[in-house]
Write a protein of this length. Structure first.
Length: 346
């Protein structure tokens, strides 16, 4: 075994894919998840892919004492990858305290427990949302682009969490951190054993699109075609979920093997290519041969016009690069939707 990693939020979308990649790389994984936005069947999917069922604790990380007990039961954890968080932008505007309480307490508790259990590193899930709408000279976005005032409590929790981690390490905490700023993760594991399982009506583009293609939703609303972009729809950097998961393994290796002198490092994780909503719909239809009924509607409040990554730092320093094409990624999302139908889930 390479080491033992706690994956907080490990049954969620990014957490489950990362668990698979950690296990494939030789790590032992312990998951803590309160199942507030995931379910236990995810563990079956992970086991089908890797042959190993990770240790699992259904637990809310906001409870410091109980989390401490779990860590006492699981001695020898080397590092933590912290996904566990509430992540619906719209909900965060309506329920700000839920977001501040969940997303901040979890991080504070984990940072407090890490030295007690001699953990050497924490990988933290941040988001390109911290850049807001970058000014034109900052596109594609590097890690040096200015942080903009958050547009939602969700976005604000990401900014505050980054600061909490930096301040704690600056104050001498005996561990390292790698903060990963994700662009738009999409797709599913190619085996279709794990993928994204949104609760209720999906808010994000790709799950809504695959549900529409399946006939679960009548049509996809494209939010705006009057933006200052070539076809008028918004531009994002869509990153394959398995590619994204692999970056976490590299980040953990880097901290545990002390490959860097820096105690906190920040990396953008994206492909470096901006894709519009309409381009994505066309690419999906071409890749799968399935039509997606869609109509143009008004802009969605709070949406950013265009943002995509400059991933050079991650490419050079981590030796990580997004590899899977958009077409293959969208095909994997479709395969996952078909798998959900077979299982009678959606
Ligand atoms: C949002 C958040 C991001 C967060 C991510 C995960 C902002 C600014 N960004 O990303 O921080 O990490 O969610 O939940 O809040 N679209 C449609 N029709 C739909 C759904 C989406 O046209 O039914 C369009 C959107 O206008 C957008 C693109 O698809 O241009 C992607 O939207 P979405 O998947 O919701 O992600 P973001 O808003 O980019």
């Amino acid at each position: 075994m390479k080491g033992k990693i706690l994956v907080a939020g490990g049954t969620g979308y990014i957490g489950s894919h990362t668990t698979v990649e950690l296990q494939k790389a030789g790590y032992e994984v312990v998951i803590i998840d309160d199942l507030s936005n995931s379910n236990l069947e995810v563990l079956d999917g992970i086991e089908k892919i890797t042959g190993v069922r990770p240790a699992f604790y259904k637990w809310d990380l906001k409870d410091l004492e109980g989390t401490r007990k779990i860590l006492q039961e699981q001695p020898g954890i080397d590092g933590v990858i912290l996904f566990a968080a509430s992540k619906a932008v719209g909900e965060s505007v309506k329920l700000p305290l839920k977001y501040y309480r969940n997303n901040l307490t979890t991080v504070i508790n984990m940072l407090e427990l890490m030295p007690e259990f001699n953990m050497k590193g924490i990988v933290f899930s941040s988001s390109c949302t911290v850049y807001g709408q970058p000014d034109p000279q900052y596109l594609p976005v590097t890690e040096e682009a200015p942080i903009k005032p958050a547009l939602s409590p969700y976005g604000n929790t990401k900014q505050i969490n980054e600061e909490i981690i930096q301040d704690t390490i600056h104050a001498g905490a005996p561990f390292k951190s790698i903060i990963l700023r994700y662009f738009n993760p999409i797709g599913a594991h190619p085996s279709a054993e794990i993928g994204e399982l949104p609760n209720g009506v999906p808010q994000n583009l790709v799950p809504y699109l695959t549900q529409t293609a399946m006939g679960i939703r009548k049509e996809l609303s494209v939010f705006g075609d009057d933006y200052n972009t070539p076809d008028g729809s918004c531009i994002r950097d869509y990153i394959n979920i398995v590619d994204l998961a692999k970056a976490h393994v590299i980040a953990m290796d880097r901290m545990l093997e002390n490959k860097s002198d820096q105690k906190v490092e920040i990396f953008n994780l994206g492909t470096g290519h901006g894709v519009s909503v309409l381009e994505l719909v066309r690419t999906f239809e071409k890749a799968t041969g399935v039509k997606v009924p869609h109509k143009i509607v008004g802009r969605r409040e709070g949406d950013i016009e265009k943002v995509w990554a400059n991933p050079e730092k991650a490419n050079k320093v981590l030796g990580w690069k997004a590899e899977v094409s958009l077409a293959d990624t969208l095909e994997s999302a479709w395969k996952w939707q078909l798998h959900l139908r077979e299982k009678g889930i959606q």
